[in-house]
Design a protein around this ligand. Structure first.
Ligand SMILES: Cc1cc2nc3c(=O)[nH]c(=O)nc-3n(C[C@H](O)[C@H](O)[C@H](O)COP(=O)(O)O)c2cc1C
Length: 259
């Protein structure tokens, strides 16, 4: 069984090359509105969007070269605290829990927005390292403390000249379980890796994008032709942020009370 919504979801892929075609205010309002229609825990989300490349640069955001609009999604505790003050209440919540709820609000909103954009013929790509740019983002966009960037997303009309394929996923039965968690066997893990690795290698993903996480403490014996998704994700989680947890420091610097 299928329908337009399922087709839109199932055919979505990240877009990294955009046409030189502006995204109108009307379209932007529509997709933002769709984002804000997502279910919410506490409406702890705000968005700043910009078409200004100078601002993106000043904010330390490296977007793909042809991006027309970039959005940053924030966890926003300031608006809630102001509402509470109006009602004569003082904030006494656990900041970690508030961040968690804010994260839930942000991810639901961003997925709604992504699908809405897709349904209107636009494409998008997310940027996961955005929180590490919190200092320059705050300075550039006048963002107060206790409002913190979670993720960035670029939006625009896909360039049809750029071939974009549907990327593989880990098989559903390896990640969706009825009643009980599946404690993956070696064979299960091989099935997961094979599906992802053969898919990404067949699409030439890492060869085309020249993406590779450098190894700092181990000899690199894998060429781009054999560099796979499981190698990529393993390298990322092996060496990045090994020297402490910068995100925690950044969050504290931005006014969050985290022990
Ligand atoms: C939270 C998040 C952060 C991401 N960060 C980046 C990024 O910094 N750069 C990038 O090119 N793609 C980024 N992506 C896109 C993923 O690489 C992409 O979604 C994944 O490879 C699956 O491909 P697909 O979206 O085409 O299905 C991100 C995706 C998510 C959900």
């Amino acid at each position: 069984m299928t329908n337009d919504v399922l087709d839109t979801i199932n055919n979505r892929r990240s877009i990294r090359e955009f046409l030189d075609k502006p995204v109108s205010d009307d379209i932007l309002s529509q997709i933002l509105e769709a984002g804000f229609r997502a279910p919410f825990a506490a409406q702890l989300c705000s968005v700043i969007y910009t078409r200004n490349r100078e601002k993106m640069k000043n904010a330390g955001i490296t977007v793909y070269p042809t991006v027309p609009v970039h959005m940053i999604f924030f966890i926003d505790l300031v608006r809630l605290e102001k509402i509470m003050t109006h009602r004569g209440h003082e904030y006494g919540y656990d900041d970690m829990m508030a961040i968690w709820l804010g994260m839930q609000d942000v991810v639901l909103m961003i997925e709604n927005l992504t699908i809405a954009a897709e349904s209107l013929g636009l494409g998008s790509v997310l940027y996961g390292l955005t929180p590490l740019r919190a200092d320059s983002i705050a300075k550039t966009f006048n963002v107060p403390k206790r409002v913190f960037p979670v993720v960035g997303i670029s939006i625009g009309y896909p360039d049809p000249a750029e071939e974009t394929e549907i990327r593989p996923r880990i098989p559903l039965e390896m990640a969706a379980f009825e009643d009980e968690y599946r404690n993956h066997s070696d064979e299960d893990i091989n099935i997961c890796m094979k599906k992802m690795d053969t898919g990404f290698i067949a699409q030439g993903y890492y060869i085309k994008s020249r993406t590779k996480v450098e190894l700092v403490d181990k000899e690199d014996t894998i060429g781009f032709d054999k560099y796979s998704w499981s190698e990529h994700i393993s390298r990322k989680f092996r060496s990045a942020f090994r020297k402490g947890d910068p995100l925690l420091d950044i969050l504290r610097r931005h006014g969050f009370d985290l022990k």
